[in-house]
Design a protein around this ligand. Structure first.
Ligand SMILES: [Zn+2]
Length: 318
């Protein structure tokens, strides 16, 4: 068995909003936006720009990094990412790694559907899945994978060949990254592409941000993080990322009572501290979208660079 089925067909037309603004509607002019992502040396495409509540009408958090026309990195796989993934015309065989920031459902619950999809891909190389180590509240990334596709009890254990040495499916290497260390930890690097992780504070959830360097560009994906993520700012101060992706989940009025997300003022301070060339807001929730003017004003108190609002499938060439 080389693959479970022969797919490989449906990877042509797709999505795109070359936008860089929030005035586009997912589904419009998809071919053009996908082309923009494929035709640039480095481009970030937002597959899911929403949060955990369905009323935002967006897929859950998920991003893909296109490098030289290939979707080499997938960062998070929230609910609904499966549909956007197909619309974006992504080939699972192009992935070097899938990076999970943390194991909240709006970031990780789409993974089983994408692994199922991957069983149909013509893969030839192994695939890394990286994410945080667990704690007493959350499983490690490897335990999560085991619960999904482990041979002895995984709910989708028919996919267990992913985890074994055989020729049925390309093997998954699962990497649990420490969240009790400060500073950058190298996840993987190869041929001009480097992925590093840094632990961030997200209440009681083991959580990571990722720093990706590719073709001379740097993209920082904050993941969900609170204002208590001081090491994130100290370690990455003045790194001048070409694109800083942060999460637009709460307003100033919501504040930080539970330490889950940075409020807009803290987002602005973070973008300024890192000297981000461009700030991209995603993980939108209705409460923040409804107060976007207030959010923008709070960010502008500290950060004067360009602020973009992601939509599902929007593409950001660098
Ligand atoms: Zn979260």
């Amino acid at each position: 068995m080389k693959k479970l089925l022969d797919l490989g067909v449906l990877l042509t037309a797709s999505v795109a909003l070359i936008s860089c603004s929030n005035n586009t509607t997912a589904g419009t002019d998809r071919v053009a936006d996908n082309k923009a992502c494929r035709d640039n040396p480095v481009a970030l495409q937002v597959l899911g720009s929403g949060g955990p509540i369905a009323d935002d009408h967006r897929a859950g958090a998920s991003n893909v990094l296109w490098i030289d026309g290939k979707a080499r990195l997938l960062i998070d796989a929230g609910s609904g990412a499966f549909v956007r993934y197909g619309e974006a015309g992504i080939d699972f065989a192009d992935h070097d790694a899938i990076l999970l920031t943390h194991l909240h459902g709006d970031h990780a619950s789409g993974l089983p559907a994408l692994l199922n999809n991957g069983a149909f891909a013509n893969r030839s190389v192994d695939l890394i899945i990286a994410g945080p180590r667990g704690n007493d509240q959350f499983p490690s990334t490897s335990a999560y994978l085991d619960s999904l596709i482990g041979k002895e009890g995984g709910a989708l254990r028919y996919l267990h060949p992913y985890l074994e040495e055989n020729d049925a499916l390309p093997r998954l290497t699962v990497e649990d990254i420490a969240t009790d260390k400060s500073g950058l930890q190298t996840v993987w690097s190869d041929n001009g592409l480097k992925v590093e992780a840094i632990a961030v504070h997200h209440l009681d959830v083991p959580a990571l941000a990722y720093v990706v360097s590719a073709n001379g560009k740097t993209i920082i994906l904050s993941g969900d993080q609170s204002f208590l993520s001081e090491d994130f700012i100290v370690t990455l101060s003045k790194t001048k990322p070409d694109l800083l992706v942060m999460h637009n989940a709460i307003t100033m009025a919501d504040g930080q009572p539970r330490g889950l997300h940075r409020d807009p003022k803290s987002i602005g301070e973070t973008a300024a501290a890192l000297d981000a060339q461009t700030l991209l807001l995603t993980h939108h929730m209705q409460r923040a979208i409804k107060a976007q003017n207030e959010v923008n004003a709070a960010i502008a108190e500290s950060y004067s660079g360009p602020v973009l609002l992601a939509d599902d499938l929007s593409c950001y060439p660098l």
